[in-house]
Design a protein around this ligand. Structure first.
Ligand SMILES: *Cc1c(COP(=O)(O)O)cnc(C)c1O
Length: 385
């Protein structure tokens, strides 16, 4: 059992977690920094940025930006201007790109916080050029090239038009050309090779401008995907960037909920809303203070006809039973010794050997979604800072 799991199992041991905290999301900043260093070295000669959109995938943007900065990260990607402002407050010197691109009329907000839009269409490029001219300065921005994902980014034809418009190009400063892989998690997917080939070709139109393609999984495709700057998000936070193979990243978070009571459930009686789980034997069920309002996905509930997720209680895995409700999850602890589970102890829902990719699989989704939903009501506790 890790040190943190120990302290979570006996609340109060972590000085900064109030005794009344019902659900705790503990973030290990030392593991986060180690993950960044690991990704930085896996990126070869490329620089390694940090993607901190969606409140750093739910783990809290400010402390994550600060910790990544300490590890050596100087370039950050956010999705929104609001997130960019929050990152700027923490790191005055960092380079911050906004993946949304440029929303019409919002130019001054980007410039006011020294944020660089990732320009994804010709109209965005024209707006940024006009704003730069008005300000009398070629303001920095990235150019997003679409190489086959058909989400954001300029397709080849728009890039051609842009590079044939010297006045437009010269009005702002292109500090990065980037594209995004659609299938990086499947390294031999044919779309990867196509996207890499097209990106290689189109970035040539921007002599001397750094290029960026790889997200977390893209880094593990190897050299051909590295270019000058890698953009990992998920792997920083412990999500496996190499699905189907061992996870090279360290776990960063522990999610726990306090046990409010332990009750006997007679054989044949049901647990929870809808009476969807029925005790096949005389059972003991621990009621933990963690529900879908805390980010525990309801899709991980277990019903009579379908197994769901688990929690770790007293170092043993126990099944979640019945529907996960807004505030509570019920755990079948019948197989634990009588005195092993007590009111006030914690059940671990992510942590130890129960990791986020597995939790996501038992809720039928991806680890990204599990992550970004955490943290809204949990007590966030940082350690290893
Ligand atoms: C979210 C995002 C990333 C980070 O992706 P991960 O898979 O989390 O590493 C990188 N680039 C773009 C454009 C993104 O939207």
């Amino acid at each position: 059992m890790s040190a943190v799991a120990h302290s979570l199992a006996a609340p109060g041991a972590l000085a900064h977690v109030p005794t009344s905290a019902r659900a705790v999301l503990s973030v290990d900043l030392a593991a986060l920094r180690a993950n960044w260093a690991r990704l930085n070295s896996a990126s070869g000669r490329a620089e390694c940025a940090g993607v901190v959109k969606a409140d750093a995938y739910g783990l809290g943007l400010a402390p994550i930006v600060e910790a990544l900065g300490k590890a050596g990260c100087t370039t950050f990607f956010v999705a929104t201007v609001k997130e960019g402002r929050a990152a700027r407050e923490v790191d005055a010197a960092a380079t911050i790109y906004v993946l949304d691109g440029l929303l019409p009329g919002a130019e001054a907000e980007y410039a006011g916080f020294d944020l660089r839009p990732v320009l994804s269409s010709l109209p965005e490029a024209r707006d940024w050029a006009r704003f730069s001219r008005d300000r009398g300065r070629a303001l920095p921005a990235a150019i997003h090239i679409d190489t086959g994902m058909n989400r954001l980014g300029m397709p080849e034809a728009e890039i051609d038009e842009l590079v044939r418009s010297p006045k437009l190009l010269a009005a702002f400063e292109t500090t990065l050309v980037m594209s995004h892989l659609a299938c990086a998690e499947v390294p031999d997917h044919p779309l990867n090779a196509n996207q890499i080939r097209l990106f290689r070709e189109l970035r040539m139109l921007y002599h001397g401008v750094p290029a960026s393609l790889a997200n977390s999984a893209g880094i593990f495709i190897g050299d051909t995907a590295h270019f000058d700057l890698a953009r990992p998000g998920a792997a920083l936070y412990g999500i496996n960037p190499t699905p189907g193979r061992d996870n090279p990243m360290r776990n960063v978070l522990t999610l726990s909920g306090r046990i409010l009571q332990v009750r006997k459930v007679p054989q044949g009686e049901s647990v929870g809303y809808g009476a969807t789980w029925n005790a096949k034997r005389a059972s003991r069920v621990a009621i933990a203070a963690l529900g879908y309002a805390d980010g525990l996905l309801r899709a991980g509930s277990s019903l009579d006809r379908k197994a769901g997720g688990s929690a770790i209680v007293a170092r043993k895995r126990c099944p979640i039973v019945g529907y996960i409700s807004m505030d509570l999850a019920c755990i079948d602890v019948t197989d634990l010794p009588d005195n092993a589970v007590r009111r006030g102890r914690s059940a671990i829902f992510i942590g130890e050997n129960l990791l986020i990719d597995e939790v996501a699989a038992s809720a039928g989704t991806i680890a990204y979604e599990v992550l970004v939903r955490l943290g809204s009501r949990c007590h966030l506790a940082y350690r290893g800072g």
